[in-house]
Design a protein around this ligand. Structure first.
Ligand code: DLL
Length: 434
């Protein structure tokens, strides 16, 4: 179901008009109310009147994560606190968290974005939407919750963790839609498999909306097979409200971005110049509707490309390819660029392995080492190393040819690699501490 056909299927020309109107307004709000933007625009010699349409967006300054940290917590807020109804923040691995604040309209628009995504699976009244993203400062839980509410669905706020209970409720209550990180969905699938009380055939799950971390087509196949669902990608980031900046349609061929609310650009992260259409680069967003904390040309560090060819579903909203990873997640090992998601892609080509993996990068004798822990599925596992060899060789060869790195592969017994309830941690880079 298309939740908002007037917007999701709007002609490209009308969309640009809408974006232009909204950009002009956003820029004026930023300039008039946020000293940071006024300063940055003055430095570039740009006045709000110079921005007449979306074509002028390149004149505006970029905003970086660094800027958000410098302006922590409310330096980028354009509305008075009396208009703010909620505050969220991303956990952030280092330093201060990234903060977002929301007016009533911001909360409503956010819910609209998530509702458009969930509607793809005909989510509506009578559906029980189990929200197993963490509730709290993280935007996943409440974001999915409000999106489900907008569609009139039943919200089941289980939050993340306590997996045995999650699956019991999933069965007893008849949850039909699951929202969580793909890594947690995989863990739930494993817990269901191992349970003698909860059985897949007793579940009513029909679709899952998975995001907040990169995942692959192989992982989609695994989740769809294991949970008997359709697994959709949902994308978002705290700086643009949270989940629901975009999502996949029934063709699962790219993530439609809600361009009426978030204007996407792809730039070359080194030159900051726009990339040619279809080229991979860094995703940049300008918020077009946010009132409390509008953002101009925010550099997400997410690497992807935009697909402008029309989609079979009828939506005209531009599609984004899967996120390769964040530029700061990229490992450089012996001069080779490696994204953890590339390892997942290769691993899921081999049915003998589970999709679980953990990478440890270190520097020994002045050379980088790349250790990869993987799990054989229980049917194939043997503690005897000589019985593991036949499985290691093909995986090693494929990683060498596809990723260009020579891994030291260690086979672990099923369940040995730590499972996460939120965003998965796949890498430890010990070189950082040397
Ligand atoms: O992860 C918001 C969210 C919650 C999205 C639930 C989807 C579902 P942050 O914690 O601020 O917000 O992290 C945002 O996570 O810049 C990407 O690097 C990554 N990310 C989010 N969704 C996806 C996805 C939430 N579908 C950062 N695929 C983003 C790949 C994703 N990466």
């Amino acid at each position: 179901m298309i939740h908002n056909p007037a917007i999701e299927c709007m002609s490209r020309e009308d969309m640009r008009k809408l974006q232009s109107e909204r950009l002009v307004k956003t820029v004026k709000t930023c300039y008039d109310n946020v000293p940071f933007y006024r300063r940055k625009m003055d430095e570039l010699g740009v006045k709000p009147e110079d921005i007449k349409s979306i074509d002028d967006i390149h004149m505006l300054p970029f905003t970086t994560k660094h800027d958000l940290r410098d302006e922590y917590p409310f330096g980028l807020q354009a509305a008075p606190m009396s208009e703010v109804r909620r505050i969220h923040a991303s956990s952030g691995t280092t330093g201060k968290p990234v903060v977002d604040t929301y007016t009533d309209n911001d909360l409503d628009n956010w819910a609209e974005g998530v509702a458009r995504v969930l509607a793809v699976a005909d989510t509506g009244k009578g559906d029980i939407v189990q929200v197993s993203y963490g509730y709290g400062l993280f935007t996943g839980g409440l974001g999915a919750h409000d999106g489900a509410a907008k569609l009139g669905a039943v919200q089941l706020p289980t939050s993340a963790g306590n997996s045995e209970k999650q699956i019991m409720l999933m069965q007893d209550f008849g949850s039909s839609i699951l929202c969580c990180t793909p890594s947690y969905a995989l863990h739930l699938a494993e817990v269901i498999e191992a349970s003698d009380k909860v059985h897949l055939q007793n579940l009513k799950l029909r679709a899952g909306f998975f995001g907040a971390e990169p995942w692959t087509e192989g992982m989609r196949r695994e989740l769809e097979t294991k949970l008997h669902i359709k697994a959709y990608d949902i994308y978002g980031l705290t700086e643009m409200s949270g989940p629901g900046v975009g999502g996949e349609c029934e063709y699962q061929d790219g993530t439609h971005l809600w361009e009426d609310m978030f204007y996407p650009e792809i730039i070359n992260p080194d030159t900051l110049e726009p990339c040619a259409p279809g080229e991979f680069g860094e995703l940049v967003f300008t918020s077009l509707c946010k009132e409390a904390m509008p953002i101009l040309r925010y550099r997400t560090r997410d690497l992807t490309r935009l697909i402008y060819e029309p989609c079979k579903c009828g939506r005209t909203a531009v599609r984004m390819d899967r996120i390769l990873g964040r530029s700061d997640d990229m490992l450089i090992v012996r001069g080779v660029n490696v994204f953890p998601s590339q390892i997942e892609t290769v691993l899921t080509e081999f049915p003998v392995f589970t999709p679980q993996y953990f990478i440890t990068v270190d520097r020994k004798n002045n050379e980088d080492s790349f250790d990869l822990d993987v799990e054989l599925r229980s049917e194939y596992f043997s503690p005897n190393p000589s019985k593991q060899m036949p499985y290691i060789k093909p995986l090693y060869d494929r990683i060498v040819s596809l990723v260009g790195i020579k891994p030291n592969i260690h086979i672990k017994e099923p369940g040995a690699i730590t499972r996460s309830i939120g965003k998965a941690k796949h890498v430890e880079d010990k070189r950082k501490f040397k």
